[in-house]
Design a protein around this ligand. Structure first.
Ligand code: HEM
Length: 157
């Protein structure tokens, strides 16, 4: 009776075990969970939702027949950006007190620019202008890199 489980059974076993522990690799609504070294901030939860929707938008941009649906995903991102503006980056507390207001103002300004570009992207999908949508996606990706460089802790990059 010293048999090794076949791979399929091993998978089922691991799955059942994961149900038992409540573990999820993507557990974002549990504020108390210590995931990657610290508790998840509400801003990280918003960003994580933006990240997932952003991947869908990039895939959608390659399928002009799906433009109406892709425009809806951009609308979802806009809602998460609005929510993101209710929070401040976790790096804020590491900034010298004298510079803190300016740091938060810069963050909100960048979010405003981000939002304006997203609205342009939304309009491009509505107008079935996929060339423009792709150009805006490249621009938004550059903006993401720049903003993360400025406002996201370096160890998270
Ligand atoms: C397409 C654009 C963007 C995408 C796809 C994106 C995605 C992400 C993702 C996946 C994370 C990590 C979340 C986690 O650890 O669970 C993150 C973190 C973060 N992002 Fe973005 N992001 C974008 C734009 C921006 C912009 C424009 C800003 C600022 C103006 C920004 C500020 C931040 C900050 C501050 C964090 C760290 C969270 C915290 O401090 O609590 N992101 N982002």
């Amino acid at each position: 009776m010293n048999k090794v489980l076949p791979p399929s059974l091993t998978c089922i076993f691991i799955f059942l075990l994961s149900l038992g522990t409540g573990y999820s690799a993507d557990n974002h609504d549990n504020e108390g969970v210590v995931g990657e070294g610290h508790e998840h901030t509400p801003l990280e939860d918003e960003m994580s939702a933006i990240g997932k929707a952003w991947r869908q938008v990039k895939r959608g941009a390659r399928k002009p027949e799906n433009n109406a649906d892709t425009a809806k995903i951009v609308e979802t991102i806009l809602v998460h950006v609005e929510k993101s503006m209710e929070y401040v980056p976790m790096m804020t507390e590491d900034v010298l007190e004298a510079d803190r207001d300016a740091f938060v103002e810069a963050y909100l300004r960048e979010m405003g620019v981000f939002m304006a570009s997203l609205k342009e992207l939304h309009a491009a999908f509505k107008a079935d202008d996929n060339a423009k949508a792709n150009a805006l996606i490249a621009q938004l990706d550059e903006h993401r890199k720049m903003s993360h460089g400025e406002f996201r802790p370096p160890e998270d990059h």
